[in-house]
Every structure is written in C-alpha cells, then in structure tokens.
Design a protein around this ligand. Sequence first.
Ligand SMILES: NC(=O)c1ccc[n+]([C@@H]2O[C@H](COP(=O)([O-])OP(=O)(O)OC[C@H]3O[C@@H](n4cnc5c(N)ncnc54)[C@H](O)[C@@H]3O)[C@@H](O)[C@H]2O)c1
Length: 253
Amino acid sequence: MRFKGKVVLVTGSSRGIGRATALAFAREGARLALLGVEPTEGEAVAQECREVGAEALWLTARVELEPDVKEAIDRIASRWGRLDVLVNNAGIYAKGDPVTTTLSDWERIMAVNVTGAFLCAKYALPIMIAQGSGCIVNVASEAGLVGIPDQVAYNVSKGALIAMTRSQAVDLAARGVRANCICPGTTRTPLVETALAHSADPQATLRTLEGSRPQNRLGRPEEIAAAIMLLASDEVAYATGAVLSVDGGYTAQ
Ligand SMILES: NC(=O)c1ccc[n+]([C@@H]2O[C@H](COP(=O)([O-])OP(=O)(O)OC[C@H]3O[C@@H](n4cnc5c(N)ncnc54)[C@H](O)[C@@H]3O)[C@@H](O)[C@H]2O)c1
C-alpha cells in the first residue's frame, strides 16, 4: 500500500497503459482521478478501481483544451483537497515522415502529446506546490530517444516531453515537486493493436517489432505501470529529471 491516501490523476486512463496504471495505483491504496475522452470505457475503469477498494472519479476532458483541464483539476481539488501524483499518459500516434506528415496530423499530435501534458501540469502544480509535495510522471517513449522511421510528429512530441520533464525538474525541485519521465518501448495496447491492424501484414509486422529488440517481445501494460509507480513512489524521492527506459533493450542497442 505504497500510495495509501494519495490522490493520483492518470490521463488517458480508459484503456491501455493508462488503465493498467490506474488499476495498479488503486491496488496500492491510492484515490484515483481518471481523465480522458471515452466516458463509457473510463467509467468502467473507475468501477474496476472501486472493486479493488479504491475511491475513483472519472472526468471527461480533452487534455489539450485548457477549460477542460482546469475544470477537471478543480473537481479533484473540491473532492479531495489535494493532488499527489500526475501521470501524463494521454497520447496519440500517426504515421508520416518529414515530407508526408500533414500539418493537421502534426498539430493534433503536438496538441495532445505536448500541450496536453503542459496544461495538466500547469493546473496540477499550484495544488502540489501549496502542499509542498507532489510528483509528475510524463509518459514519453523510446521514440523520444531515437529516430523511429515514418513517425516524425510522434517522435518529436515524445522528445519534447523528455525536455519538459527536465525543465519541470529544475524549476520545481526547491518547491518539493519531482518530475520524471518514462520511455516505454512498444507495448501491446489498443494503440499498437490499431497500428498493427492497419499494416499490410499484421503478423509479419508484429514479428518485426518483436525481433527489433533484444528481449524479442513486446511489453505488457502492467510492466509500464509498475515503472510509473516506481518513479512516483517516495522510495525514490531523490529521483527528479530522470528518464527511465522500459523497452526490452531497444534503445540499449
Ligand atoms: N503502446 C506503446 O507501444 C507505447 C510505447 C511508448 C509510449 N506509449 C505512450 O503511452 C501512452 C499510452 O499509450 P497506449 O498505448 O496505452 O495508448 P492507447 O491509445 O491505448 O490509450 C491512449 C489513451 O489516451 C486517451 N486520449 C487520447 N486522446 C486524448 C485527449 N485528447 N485527451 C485525453 N485523453 C486522450 C485515449 O482515450 C486512451 O485512453 C501514450 O502517451 C503513448 O504515446 C505507448
């Protein structure tokens, strides 16, 4: 019960890594605020959190819209009066190289993946600073560390999240707030299942993805959730500005 009594906000928690993360925090005693754009699925995850004994609040909001984020965080403050952990997990993906990427895909990805994380932190931080404690975990990607072909907007957005983490760490350390970043490798979630389904030969694409990393497999959402919780836990209170790869060895090559 490492997070007993703590209030944890996980964005994009209606499925995939966000859902696994919310459930993992719930099992360790946290009170969960779940935020995202899929209310039916999100309410179902909130119910799963309650079934393991946690309080849970679903908030329908788009992370890139300032009024949505402000209202959601106001609701957390009025419900629990505090916020201990923000997991900036909401993210979207589109294919495209530096020539084929459309301006609208570029702007959509930057809005959700970068502006969304900035806004959630912007409105969460006054609460954390007033408490004198708090912690942000930004979910970047292996794509923020190396150039993965044909996904330039996504790569750039994840590189920006790594830079945001370092900026947050240096600006907030003296105010009791930590910021760290996790770089997952390819993990079997709806995001990846959709990308596989759209490929010419899903089985061959899956084998290529698996074979591109030393562990020769994809990650499981629960493995990413466990690393997010480690960075959020008081046991690693000295860690701020850290960038943790959990990618089956992909970026070690
Ligand atoms: N799955 C992977 O292989 C992988 C690898 C590295 C990093 N990541 C990152 O991990 C995070 C979670 O990925 P996932 O694979 O679970 O994806 P997913 O598509 O399964 O889930 C993404 C979640 O974000 C939500 N979301 C989308 N747009 C939103 C918006 N505008 N506002 C609020 N919520 C929104 C979705 O509804 C969903 O709940 C993302 O940031 C992704 O880039 C994933």
